[in-house]
Design a protein around this ligand. Structure first.
Ligand code: NAD
Ligand code: TYD
Length: 376
């Protein structure tokens, strides 16, 4: 006779045996943005039993058009809810309607330059929004008997650790030392997530990742900004002396790291994630100019490098970020699959072959930001 209890126990054992937890209903916050959309598209393809509720406020950075190419059978397992993580009533109604097995929290204001002009807006979403979400999740989790398999994954950044000198790497034990209103607000949210684990036992995990690049990134961030401006032959603004260093990671590799964390990570843990591909901003812009020129068949006389322009530095500009990802490599078996050269080619080819997406993004908020921030 079929015994549901025994079946569930066996299933759980099988899943744990493979280091994979059974999950079906996933809430993703901020899934219409860059990393969230890449994560959802990957999961709909690779996790055929998942139903994903994507809660997104659709700010300038959120784009429902990121899901237009989804095949109907995959689209049927994704629902986009237009709403704000600061809205406690909406959160309660979502958690009443669906028995979520995990929440992957991406929603945030994310651009350092914008945070300098709007620190309170960043605090509202990144701190109060995260706390409102944590509170709703805690209530839901307690109602469901504090299920040990539930997960809250908080997607955070290496910027919470501040700036490195020319030596060393950030790791899980690095002290917090944020420089910008953006990184300060992310740091605060990381602390709240850990407090919910320590105080209430909510099964939370924090990830701190380095700079991502890839398809669907809003062109205010360095790499897509440069791609669009190279297309248009506009000046390529590089802050300060161009020697600030970032540890670049292709977005698909970050999404895979998050899946490993969800499947095999332990509650209360932190994982630092990075590609080990340190480059100065001048190295990035030079590589992009060469690649774009070869894709666009530009002659030497039109070489894009002529457009590189050193401009006034960003206030509080962190000099160098670099990550030690050995914990996630050793404990969760994650390793990045893309070198910077491979990731950059995939990214450039994506932007060149998605002109409709580019035109749509360019016509809206991007255009306004470019005019105000770059005056061209
Ligand atoms: P993004 O700016 O592209 O997307 C953010 C998304 O959040 C957008 O869809 C936006 O509409 C949504 N959002 C903003 N405020 C909201 C609110 N109040 N309620 C609901 N939705 C809201 O950001 P991203 O680059 O995809 O980053 C996602 C997460 O990853 C962020 O938490 C960020 O701190 C973290 N992160 C980013 C990077 C990176 O290099 N981009 C690196 C490490 C960590
Ligand atoms: P960005 O993509 O904004 O990411 P973050 O500030 O989170 O690292 O910037 C990456 C690097 O590129 C950073 O050192 C700032 C620099 N940068 C420029 O030099 N010019 C620009 O126009 C932008 C947007 C960034």
């Amino acid at each position: 006779m079929f015994n549901r209890h025994t079946w569930l126990a066996t299933k759980k054992k099988e899943c744990y045996g493979q280091g994979i937890m059974q999950k079906n209903n996933i809430m993703v916050t901020g899934g219409a943005g860059f990393i969230g959309a890449n994560f959802i598209l990957k999961c709909l393809n690779e996790r055929p039993h998942w139903n994903i509720v994507n809660l997104d406020a659709l700010t300038y950075a959120g784009n429902p058009g990121n899901f237009l190419e989804l095949a109907p059978d995959l689209a049927a397992r994704h629902s986009l809810v237009h709403g704000n993580i600061c809205d406690a009533r909406l959160l309660d109604s979502l958690f009443t309607r669906t028995p979520f097995d995990a929440v992957i929290h991406f929603a945030a204001e994310t651009h350092v330059d914008r945070s300098i002009g709007d620190p309170l807006g960043f605090a509202a979403t990144n701190v109060m929004g995260a706390c409102t979400l944590l509170e709703a999740v805690k209530k839901y989790w307690e109602r469901r008997g504090c299920h040990e398999d539930f997960r809250f994954i908080h997607v955070s950044t290496d910027e919470v650790f501040g700036s490195l000198g020319s030596e060393g790497l950030f790791s899980e034990s690095s002290p917090y030392d944020p420089s910008s209103p953006y990184s300060a607000s992310k740091a605060a949210s990381d602390h709240f997530v850990r407090a919910y684990f320590r105080t209430y036992g909510l099964p939370c995990i924090v990830s701190n990742c380095s700079n991502n690049y890839g398809p669907y990134q809003f062109p205010e961030k360095l790499i897509p900004l440069l791609i669009l401006r190279i297309m248009e032959e506009k000046p390529l603004p590089i802050y300060g002396d161009g020697q600030n260093v970032r540890d670049w990671l292709y977005v698909a590799d970050h999404c895979q790291a998050l899946l490993n964390i969800l499947d095999k990570g332990s509650p209360g843990q932190t994982y630092t994630i990075g590609g080990g591909q340190e480059l100065s901003n001048l190295e990035v812009v030079t590589a992009l100019c060469d690649l774009m020129d070869s894709r666009l068949n530009r002659t030497r006389a039109r070489a894009s490098k002529r457009l590189i322009t050193l401009v006034k530095d960003r206030p509080g500009h962190d000099r160098r970020y670099a990550m030690d990802a050995s914990k996630i490599r050793n404990e969760l078996g994650w390793t990045p699959a893309h070198s910077f050269a491979q990731g950059l080619e995939a990214t450039v080819d994506w932007y060149l072959s998605h002109q409709v997406w580019v035109d749509q993004v360019r016509s809206g908020e991007y255009h306004k930001w470019e005019k105000v921030h770059y005056k061209s």
